[in-house]
Design a protein around this ligand. Structure first.
Ligand SMILES: [Zn+2]
Length: 387
């Protein structure tokens, strides 16, 4: 009981300490704190545990901090959690603790889970884990995932747990996404002579309507409940220049969500729709800004089984589900590293009041500790690679 209370106290203190360091992703907000200071905190914390610590720089001022706890000859397990957060109004960045919750930007997404992983690993006795445990605290998950992309070029774990808020459900799949920028170019003219111009906003409006109809058709498709349907939505529109001028330019950003078997290529119909705009005298250009694959792992993969056993050992109900959001787990899957997504519950990620449930931090800690001490204990497990 005393040990439990002690773990709880440590989890609260470490989560609060991590959250009090502004690490708003600088790609999202150039005025944000970035990952350097919180990375330095984590590096010092890991070093104080006597771990082997690596600091990598996927970009200037953007560190990944990786701690290695040496284990036996079994499989190497990586726990991946991101250091960066989204921004928000000043109130969102204030950190506070109540009886059952910790409030503040990043406590749920995903500094509380990082604290749980760090403390669980710090409790391991030397040589206790069957294989090496690698804790990767990465930069830039909230924007371009340069942190995990960099990690996967240098580290080759046998399996991974990606920490994100899942209410302690085991997430074994989620959709991918693609972002498409579209610009329609018409012809400017005085609005009194509107027939001499070509209105780019009219053209974009028709395109937006067509995409909404396409989205409705996609929603009717029979889909795997793990992923839900593929989708398409317009997330930004900007156009026109001034009063009394026929708008000659309108730009939009389109977000698509892909599922296995219906990927970016299958959205070619969308691009055809875009290009069809040239038919009414407007020229439309499209450009893919970013594409990310969907994520899927076999629910019977050793890492999923191990997570299930850990949850059962702590008496929790096991839920296997999909996630509505994209995570770095898709990058692990693309690198052929089986991974699951798991983390504490709470509410309000990316909103004004983000909070994490303290009981869930304790349960997340216990679950991760159980996986760390058991994963890869089977003799047939492959031996992990180190860089
Ligand atoms: Zn996150």
């Amino acid at each position: 009981m005393i040990a439990e209370a002690c773990t709880r106290r440590k989890l609260i203190d470490l989560t609060v300490a991590l959250a009090r360091i502004d690490s708003v992703n600088t790609t999202l907000d150039p005025a944000g704190g970035g990952e350097a200071e919180v990375g330095e905190f984590v590096r010092n914390w890991m070093t104080a545990q006597g771990w082997e610590v690596h600091v990598e720089w996927p970009a200037s001022g953007r560190p990944n901090v990786v701690g290695v706890i040496a284990g036996g000859d079994g499989a190497t397990l990586m726990i991946n959690a991101h250091l960066d957060t989204v921004g928000g109004v000043p109130e969102a960045l204030e950190v506070g603790v109540t009886d059952r919750r910790i409030h503040g930007r990043g406590v749920l997404d995903t500094k509380g889970g990082l604290a749980a992983a760090l403390l669980a690993a710090a409790e391991l006795d030397p040589g206790e884990p069957p294989g090496d445990i690698v804790i990767a605290a990465v930069c830039d998950e909230e924007a371009d995932s340069i942190g995990t992309s960099h990690i996967l070029r240098h580290w080759h774990p046998d399996a991974a747990i990606v920490i994100e808020p899942t209410d302690l459900a085991i997430v074994t799949g989620h959709r991918g996404f693609g972002i498409l920028d579209v610009t329609c170019i018409g012809r400017a003219a005085h609005t009194g002579h509107r027939r001499e111009g070509i209105n780019a906003i009219d053209s974009m409006a028709r395109l937006v309507t067509e995409l909404a109809e396409l989205d409705s058709r996609l929603a009717e498709r029979e889909t795997d409940p793990l992923f839900g349907p593929p989708s398409i939505q317009v997330t930004r529109v900007e156009g026109g220049r001034e009063l009394f001028t026929v708008p000659d330019r309108c730009a939009a950003t389109i977000e698509i969500r892909t599922v296995p078997g219906f990927d970016v290529q299958d959205f070619a119909a969308v691009v055809d729709t875009v290009d069809a705009r040239t038919a009414d005298g407007v020229t439309c250009r499209h450009e893919w800004v970013i594409e990310r694959p969907p994520f899927e792992v076999d629910a019977d993969a050793p890492i999923a089984r191990s997570a299930r056993a850990a949850l059962m050992a702590s008496g929790r109900e096991v839920t296997i589900t999909g996630a509505p959001f994209w995570t770095d787990a898709a990058l692990f899957a693309a690198a052929s590293v089986p991974a699951v997504v798991l983390g504490p519950g709470g509410h309000g990620i990316h909103s004004i009041d983000e909070w994490v449930e303290i009981d869930d931090l304790v349960a997340c800690h216990d679950t991760l500790r159980h996986v760390m001490t058991n994963f890869g204990s089977h003799p047939e497990s492959p031996i992990g690679n180190r860089p």
